[in-house]
Unconditional design. Sequence first.
Length: 426
Amino acid sequence: MTTTVIHNVRLLDPSCDLDRTGHLLLRDGLIAGLGADGDVLPDDAERIDGEGCVLSPGLVDMRVAIGEPGSEYRETIASAARAAVAGGVTTMAVLPNAVPAIDDPALVRLLRARGDETGMVTIHPYGALTKGCAGQAMAELGLLQEAGAIGFTDGIRAIADTKQMRNLLSYARGIGATVVQHPEDPSLASGGCATAGALATRFGLPQIPAAAEAILIARDLRLAELTGARLHFGHVSTAEGIGLIREAKARGSAVTCDTAPPYFALNETAIVDFRTYAKLSPPLRTEADRIGVIEGLADGTIDAIASDHAPSDADDKRLPFAQARAGGTGLATLLGVTMSLVHAGSLSLSRAMALLTAEPARLLGIEAGSLKIGGRADLCLFAPDEAWQVEAGALPGRAQNTPFDGAVLRGRVRGTWKNGRQVFAA
């Protein structure tokens, strides 16, 4: 029986309001105990000095795209796992818009198994909401759920047809599943690549009105209330859209949402000089919207922070801005960028970590994101004040298309454990 103690750490678990110095005991892949300063440590235990760093649950990332299957040249499950553990992520919910789309139960089982094979991460696949993620015929939601699908979405494609969305929500309610929607009216967004306004006009870029988000959110909130379904909006990015969700929650609607680091750490000026690494979907917004996202995080309207990891290779981004592929990597930088909110005083450390651990685990309905004794020892050790610079080309994993290239972040992962085994060390 192998026993390991990680000592001289700040134990932080928002799921049970744990925040104190002490040590954590690992035994056979499980958390065997939590101790305080001054406790006698087991004589036979392997000791790891945490050097005063924060020891939290492994991060739970509820919005990740992976190149495999079909686009392994962009990224594989193995390379995504390396990026994940370097960022402290031990559990990932993976979007179904692959090639082929994850609309077959066998593919759900395959992704889960491939995640386990890495020994570094647990993968929970989303099932496709419609066949081929094409927005038309409903996928076999019941069979996908039986195979292990964590919820249903068409990934970066919104369901355009209102009647079809109602039918999908009604069916999902019947099987107790959550529908995850990309909040952007497809007809308004078609052909666009930048938020409508003076900056996009000056650069001559095809525009997407920010209202495209609020319009679809308003429609789907009404449908969710009509059907009683659980609805989740991914990567919300506008103050108006967040305001609608805030009002719906006040009415008691079963609606939740997440956002991603670019939407609270960057604004539309990041696309100046036609920086394709900053071309995202939804596009970066105005400064007023960025502030609105931070307010939504602070007041609890936004339930989680997800990386919105979307790998591309160099050829995807070495194109004119309007033709370049949208999306940015986010696994390795998820914690560091989120810590910017803590250092700015916008969020407490406990609230920030809840948005990365306990809250996404709760939304997904999975056992993760806690330091519960007897639970799986998925852990993240990080130095909250340590600075490091993001450098595209030097990030862990295959994909390097980070919108934070060149940024200096404060908050560095020192170690990651999966099932009690250390899988990353800085």
